[in-house]
Design a protein around this ligand. Structure first.
Ligand code: PMP
Length: 300
């Protein structure tokens, strides 16, 4: 098998040699930020949006990424070219870097920069046909005045704990509420409901990451003539919805057919979800930052 190359700090290393220090504050404290990005058929989808969110998250936690946005973009493209991938999941991690054991970030002199590209492990096709089951969880979404969910930080313990709660209850994904009981999001995806032909997704202030896929779905829904609103809703609204679906870079658009043991409508993915998934898949193959010139395309 061909070597897999990972960008680590300032050079490319083989996957087996890509290790970080135990004194890295990303490891010790979750002090850092990250992005999950996807390449479809040699095009990186919404790369500029991901880069923007990464730099905004870093700015918010006073972490200075040691490259400008264009340089980092080129490093991501170089990582994909070096691995000769056509379809890939890309993980960019910026950690506070190596320091001492104290919490203070000021002992960390050089932020860590990691770019991993993996051949894509697609979700099983059956899941898109059958839809998934989710459960609401007791743990609340981080409050934005505590740790703002809009910051895509390495501190994902809130999300991990709800994932554990969901899997202990036998469901594939968790539904998180905010502290007022309004639906916020899944552990790693945004939520939409459809009721009487109106599509709703929670606004950012509820405590949700304003996902890039979410924003694309809002654009596509408008283009397709659907009425779509950013609005608050509760678990009850989810139970009685005609359709429910989740969106995310990894999940794309996936139907939710059961919530807390209640079937959503007839318990099958609905027409609006399917239409938006189709529109999404059409846009990802034509949109995006081109990684290869046509004559450079190699099969990974
Ligand atoms: N919410 C959370 C908590 C996430 O981690 C993600 C994945 N980045 C999303 C929503 C979906 O965002 P995106 O569409 O940008 O992947």
């Amino acid at each position: 098998m061909a070597d897999q190359w990972i960008f680590l700090n300032d050079r490319f290393v083989k996957k087996e040699e890509a290790v970080v220090s135990v004194y890295d504050h990303g490891f010790l404290y979750g002090d850092g930020v990250f992005e999950g990005i996807r390449m479809y058929s040699g095009n990186v989808f919404r790369l500029d949006d991901h880069i923007k969110r990464l730099y905004e998250s870093a700015h918010s936690i006073t972490l200075k990424i040691p490259y400008d946005q264009e340089e980092l973009k080129q490093l991501i493209i170089e990582t994909l070219r070096k691995n000769k991938f056509q379809d890939a999941y890309i993980r960019v991690v910026i950690s506070r870097g190596v320091g001492d054991l104290g919490l203070s970030p000021f002992t960390c002199k050089h932020p860590g920069v990691i770019i991993i590209a993996e051949p894509l492990a697609l979700f099983p096709k059956e899941l898109y046909e059958s839809g998934i089951e989710v459960v609401s969880v007791a743990s609340r979404r981080n409050r934005s005045d505590v740790l703002d969910p809009k910051v895509k930080s390495l501190n994902y313990l809130n999300n991990i704990l709800v994932k554990i709660e969901a899997s202990l209850a036998g469901a594939s994904e968790a539904l998180m509420m905010n502290d007022q009981g309004y639906v916020a999001e899944g552990s790693g995806d945004n939520i939409f409901i459809v009721k009487d032909n109106v599509i709703k997704t929670p606004p950012g202030y509820v405590g949700t990451l304003e996902g890039i896929t979410r924003n694309v779905i809002i654009e596509l829904a408008k283009q397709l003539g659907f009425e779509i609103r950013e609005d608050v809703f509760t678990r009850h609204d989810v139970y009685i919805a005609d359709e429910v679906f989740l969106t995310g870079t990894a999940a794309e658009v996936i139907a939710v057919v059961k919530v807390d043991g209640r079937n959503i409508a007839d318990g099958k993915p609905g027409p609006v979800t399917n239409k938006l998934l189709e529109a999404f898949r059409n846009v990802v193959t034509v949109d995006g930052t081109k990684v290869y010139e046509t004559d450079q395309i190699q099969v990974s």
